[in-house]
Design a protein around this ligand. Sequence first.
Ligand code: TYD
Ligand code: MG
Length: 453
Amino acid sequence: MAKTKTAFFCQNCGTQYPKWTGQCSSCKQWNTIVEEVVQKEEKRSWKSDSGSSKRTSHPLKISEISNEKELRMDSKDLEFNRVLGGGIVPGSLVLLGGEPGIGKSTLLLQIALKLDYKTLYVSGEESQKQIKMRADRIDPKSENCFVLTETKTQHIFQQISTLQPELVIIDSIQTLHTNHIESAAGSISQIRECTAELIKFAKESNTPVILVGHITKDGTIAGPKILEHMVDTVLQFEGDRNYVYRILRSLKNRFGSTAELGIYEMQGSGLREVNNPSEVLISKNEEDLSGTAIAATVEGMRPLLIEIQALVSTAVYGTPQRSATGFNAKRLNMLLAVLEKRAGFKLGAKDVFLNITGGISVDDPAIDLAVVAAILSSNADIPIEKGVCFAAEIGLAGEIRPVIRVDQRILEAEKLGFATIYVSKNNKIGLKNSAIQIKRVSKIEDVVRELFG
Ligand code: TYD
Ligand code: MG
């Protein structure tokens, strides 16, 4: 009988060792190295069970390779298409990561139900009944969506060869289990092996596969980093579970840009595509409220108008509180120091709370000026006029600095009917004759004078 082969794997980063050690030399974590069975004496191929042969490829001159535009499968979901760079590429492997309960299964089931292609949705987590219940909530009736509850890859491939689906969805990679390896489902070597089998299947049959991957506490996709290297595209679904907005980002994309971004709203009947995010992120208050300002930001490639709210009040305790939601707290402190030192506002004894509405978080420095405007508006208790928005960074000397993609921001503000936008005096603007009034400022005092008289 052949000896079972084992090896030691770091459960954090996936590095393989011939023997046990206390600390992983690659990621420096302690006690993460675990022995796993690597291989049973069997042929390893996704088709080995059905016994068919493999297709071999041969070298081609680069000039001989046809560069016809890659055909893409329309997922019928504008946001999903946008993030993938125009649709699903046949034969590609897409990994969708996200925290538990964020809506990964909902998103993929919804896409499977809308598609015109024959889709196999494999779940290792929920029963067919549970999936049916979810599908009833989402609603579109589909004759093309097949559901399978299975965790063994060999069984899945058997079903695939009889059903011949045009798209396979696996929910989730951590529940899969292959016969060729003995360790438990979810272990590093299982994840790696199952993914390798799926890649082989996808490339040989030209069928796209979408995998769901769980996320660990520190926000990385559970399993080895190599999982991300193996797949063609890594998508991340994120958002605050207490809010309805969800953002779909691409972290890696072999077939498109990673700067694209999709926005969804979680509703009782599934996820709604938000094709015009700025309209929903800005609240439509009739009365003027002090302490709110609108910033023209850019997320990925998309211009986005967001609302910033600030509350400045006299500190009750000796040490004033500073808290920021959706904005970097250190940057808030820096802006407050600039206001104090460069613009002469005495905020040292005030509590300052800052919030970006909609539960989104932004790290675009171009929202600095809107943050400062919101703080000053709350401090003076004077509302900022309606129809005003801001796009500029603030430097340590109190100067208002130019930002990238200013034209795009101005256009978006104009599209949404804003009357005035404040930008830096030094920002080069390519736009000609726009309907929006562009106010160019160089110091915080200029803005204060304009806004509060
Ligand atoms: P789910 O897709 O199960 O998350 P994941 O697969 O990422 O773990 O989403 C679960 C949450 O979404 C759950 O808390 C309920 C909510 N939800 C809705 O609000 N509306 C819906 O139509 C559906 C199907 C789920
Ligand atoms: Mg799920």
